[in-house]
Ligand binder design. Structure first.
Ligand SMILES: Cc1ncc(COP(=O)(O)O)c(C=O)c1O
Length: 473
């Protein structure tokens, strides 16, 4: 084994390609064409960062990516070595691994993506193998696969305290519809229960994919600001037909809707004829905060409850659920039947298998533990650096408020130059932005990436964070 000479790397700071991605590409190319040989020892992430004049986050992210691809080996502290064979031999080429992501070398701290790499691969394989044993279905299942609907009913009871199906004596599945995810469900509601021109109030800031789905369906969207208790009811216009909100963990601000606001919301909904759409996108992820009753538990007659596997498993599965009053269920089923659409059964069967094996429960426990520890790392660091943040002890992101759009943009830019991708609050508005800041997601990256990125994050945020806060915060 030999210590590599100064590494043959040049980085282009003007390029839009993140530095970590460039570095990984350069090292991969050097290993592929023989400039680096199997057994060569690479400098530490710290030494290489100093050599290249970049942050350690960049070198750590590049090494982590190459490690995942099998180009390098070694552990923290004991050296990192090139593992490729000399050029020319067939094994010098990286083995094609089509199912693996190949361009994730930058540290992605945006909210939204789940900890998909945390899914136990043997459990995942077991579920897909089990799903393959299910006989081909002769026709589409408009409401969803019965076993899936029963699995969801059980999941909601166990993890969200929601008893569905009430007194019908069944397994609860009859008041649950399978969906292809939250936004797909919103599109179906817009096309079946609502009509073009109907007014829908949405949280501001809020989940713009759902909002744009409504706009695309011809609904008239009215943004309603949120305060510390949740969506402001007085901002909902007369004549509204529906209200869309995320009470368990307001997206993106990360706070719960208070119990009093929940009760007031469903009371008004009953009085004024609103359909309340409850987006429970990450309701299973709660660490140290007491659960509050779901809107669907308070008022099953006026609430459509939407859940998804996008945050607990992967959005690539395309599987979610809807619990709704009987007329809404009937309207959605009629729409599916008349348009010949229904959510694909394959992902539903995989979820059934995961639950049947006990793997879903194990994964949820592991996910909660991992994300709460990651959150703890981040919260401790922000607290020690005196950086103010918002958000309950829940979910997979928190928010650091900033004073203005310019500061938000500058922080995102500066982070990008250090190989960290951040997400700002401004883009989560339907109208002119009123909240500025960074929504820091801690599920998409790996734990070492998060740990390595925290010093950079702190140095950017502690200079910029907003000590007084943004609207009604
Ligand atoms: C607020 C919110 N709701 C719902 C979802 C999930 O949507 P889907 O089930 O369509 O993937 C997300 C995903 O990012 C989200 O952020």
């Amino acid at each position: 084994m030999s210590e590599s000479p100064a590494l043959p790397v040049t980085l282009d700071r003007a390029s839009p390609t993140p530095l970590a991605v460039q570095l990984a590409e350069e090292l991969r190319a050097a290993a592929g064409d023989g400039r680096l040989r199997s057994g060569d020892r690479l400098p530490s992430t710290r030494a290489l960062a100093a050599q290249l004049g970049v942050s350690r986050t960049v070198t750590a992210a590049a090494y982590e990516q190459l490690h995942a691809e099998g180009w390098i080996t070694g552990k923290h502290g004991s050296g990192t070595y090139v593992t490729t064979a000399p050029p020319g031999s067939p094994s010098a080429r990286p083995k094609p691994r089509p199912a693996e992501p190949t361009e994730v070398a930058e540290v992605d701290l945006r909210p939204g993506s789940p900890w998909a790499s945390g899914i136990d691969r043997s459990a995942w394989r077991r579920a897909w193998r089990g799903a393959a044993d299910v006989a081909p279905l002769p026709r589409p299942t408009r409401a969803g696969v019965p076993a899936y609907r029963a699995t969801v009913a059980e999941h909601l009871l166990r993890h969200r305290g929601l008893r569905v199906g009430g007194d019908h004596g069944g397994d609860g599945g009859e008041s649950v519809l399978a969906t292809a995810g939250t936004t797909a469900a919103v599109a179906e509601l817009a096309a079946s229960v609502l009509s073009p021109g109907d007014v829908v109030a949405v949280e501001e800031p809020g989940y713009q994919r759902a909002v744009q789905t409504m706009v695309a369906a011809g609904l008239v969207v009215v943004p309603a600001p949120v305060d510390a208790d949740g969506l402001l009811l007085e901002a909902i216009p007369d004549g509204a037909r529906a209200v869309y909100c995320s009470p368990a963990h307001q997206y993106p601000l990360g706070r719960r809707m208070s119990a009093a606001r929940r009760v007031a919301l469903v009371d008004r909904a009953r009085r004024d004829g609103w359909l309340v759409i409850e987006d429970d996108y990450d309701g299973e992820l709660r660490y140290d905060v007491a659960p509050l009753p779901l809107l669907a538990a308070l008022a099953p007659d006026v609430v459509v409850h939407l859940g998804t596997t996008s945050k607990i498993l992967t959005p690539a599965l395309g599987v979610g659920w809807m619990v709704a009053p009987p007329p809404v269920i009937a309207a959605v089923l009629h729409h599916r039947d008349s348009t010949g659409t229904s959510p694909s059964a394959a992902g539903q069967i995989v979820v059934v298998e995961l639950a049947r094996n006990g793997d879903l429960g194990r994964h949820l426990r592991k996910l909660r533990r991992e994300l709460s520890e990651r959150r703890g790392m981040l919260v401790d660091a922000l607290t020690a650096a005196d950086v103010r943040f918002l958000g309950d002890d829940a979910g997979a992101h928190l928010v650091v408020p900033l004073a203005s759009a310019e500061v938000e943009r500058a922080v995102i830019e500066a982070a990008r130059a250090r190989g960290i991708t951040l997400d700002g609050l401004a883009r989560h508005h339907f109208g002119p932005p009123a909240w500025f800041g960074i929504a820091v997601g801690y599920a998409a990256c790996s734990r070492p990436q998060l740990r390595a990125a925290i010093p950079d994050l702190l140095s950017l945020l502690s200079r910029s964070s907003d000590p007084v806060g943004t609207p009604s915060g």
